[in-house]
Design a binder for this molecule. Structure first.
Ligand SMILES: CC(C)(COP(=O)([O-])OP(=O)([O-])OC[C@H]1O[C@@H](n2cnc3c(N)ncnc32)[C@H](O)[C@@H]1OP(=O)([O-])[O-])[C@@H](O)C(=O)NCCC(=O)NCCSC(=O)C[C@@](C)(O)CC(=O)[O-]
Length: 306
């Protein structure tokens, strides 16, 4: 077995967001059976965590209005998969189905809290507080996202101290992990290192952090490498590089799972994912969506993966 170079971690957990972050932005509605097959194939490819869908308001994200149907279609296997919930209503819907993992999603900026959640910056925490408390009482695990960590399309630069303040507030509600979202893909490697260091200085270690990169400026892998050097071991990624946020139009696709897997393998970092199986799945999904995957690794390998 190859030993990872440069003191990099020996193992990384890939948190797959394709079925949720990837599909939430698609114009054409993907049939629920196709979504279920997408999730099943990703799980079968060895992805340890697959975020399945969102229990948000169906008018806000019509593409995921079939969240309950999807989870019913997935049956028992779906109960272990995380889903997004913005509020108590979303939590109730997840509880009715016996789900075990939810994720709340906050904003580091005032404008995006308003556009994405219809709440002020402070009101978002008031909405999350009872949601997390009730989820924890029910024995659920709660992840928290914080968006616009590296820049905001309406507010411009976002101060590191502002992100740390928002992130620690979300963790203090009772979340087990905080995913730092580069929602519009403007992060660069030095900024990533500075943000991780600022969280460490605030008492939040790398064991509680995940990174969520979008590839708008082609920096997602460089940013991932910088985060690995800082000791981060959980990375969000989306099969085929699908993704974006419907409430941040300048957001493009997520870091592609295949690009991440290719780099980790080359670095000798264990991830447990079958690259050919993910490439085949993304190629199959691209056929349903009617356009090719933006992932360089999918394009390079899709002829051979079948
Ligand atoms: C938060 C709300 C609901 C507030 O939306 P609101 O309009 O303020 O809702 P409300 O609390 O005023 O309630 C109005 C009505 O909606 C109902 N309602 C309320 N909540 C729900 C629910 N969960 N499910 C179903 N129904 C719901 C509620 O029951 C009520 O019904 P009525 O009494 O009028 O009949 C809305 O803004 C929303 O759904 N936002 C979600 C937006 C979204 O999903 N964005 C994409 C995900 S975030 C992202 O992609 C970024 C991330 C995570 O990937 C990381 C990164 O890249 O940075």
């Amino acid at each position: 077995m190859t030993v990872p170079a440069d003191g990099l971690p020996a193992h990384v957990t890939i948190y797959e967001v394709g079925p949720r972050d990837g599909l939430q932005n698609e114009q054409a509605i993907v049939p629920v059976e196709v979504k279920a097959e997408f999730v099943r194939r990703l799980v079968a490819a060895g992805l340890p965590v697959v975020e399945a869908t969102s229990f948000v308001h169906p008018r806000w994200v019509p593409q995921l209005a079939d969240a309950a149907e999807l989870m019913a279609e997935l049956g028992e296997a779906g109960r272990h998969l995380p889903v997004l919930v913005p509020n108590e209503r979303g939590l109730d819907r997840a509880l009715e189905l016996g789900l075990e993992h939810v994720a709340i999603f906050g904003s580091a900026t005032e404008t995006f809290a308003s556009k994405n959640l219809n709440r002020t910056f402070d009101e978002q925490f008031a909405m999350f507080e009872p949601t997390v408390a009730r989820a924890r009482e029910a024995g659920m695990d709660v992840r928290a996202y914080v968006s616009m960590c590296f820049g905001d399309p309406w507010e411009g630069a976002v101060g590191i101290e502002q992100v740390v303040a928002a992130g620690t507030r979300l963790l203090d509600l009772g979340a087990s992990q905080l995913s730092l979202g580069d929602t519009i893909g403007v992060a660069t490697a030095g900024h990533v290192k500075a943000l991780v260091a600022a969280f460490a200085a605030a008492g939040v270690g790398t064991d509680r952090l995940a990174m969520h990169f979008h590839d708008t400026y082609g920096q997602a892998l460089a940013n991932t490498y910088a985060a690995l050097q800082e000791g981060i071991t959980t990375f969000d990624a989306s099969a085929g590089g699908l993704g974006g946020c419907p409430y941040a139009r300048s957001a493009t696709g997520n870091l592609a799972t295949e690009d991440l897997v290719w780099m980790l393998t080359g670095l000798g970092i264990d991830h447990g994912v079958d690259l050919d199986a993910v490439v085949a799945t993304s190629t199959w999904m691209a056929g349903h969506l009617g356009r090719p995957s933006p992932s360089a690794v999918v394009r390079a390998l899709s002829g051979s993966a079948g």
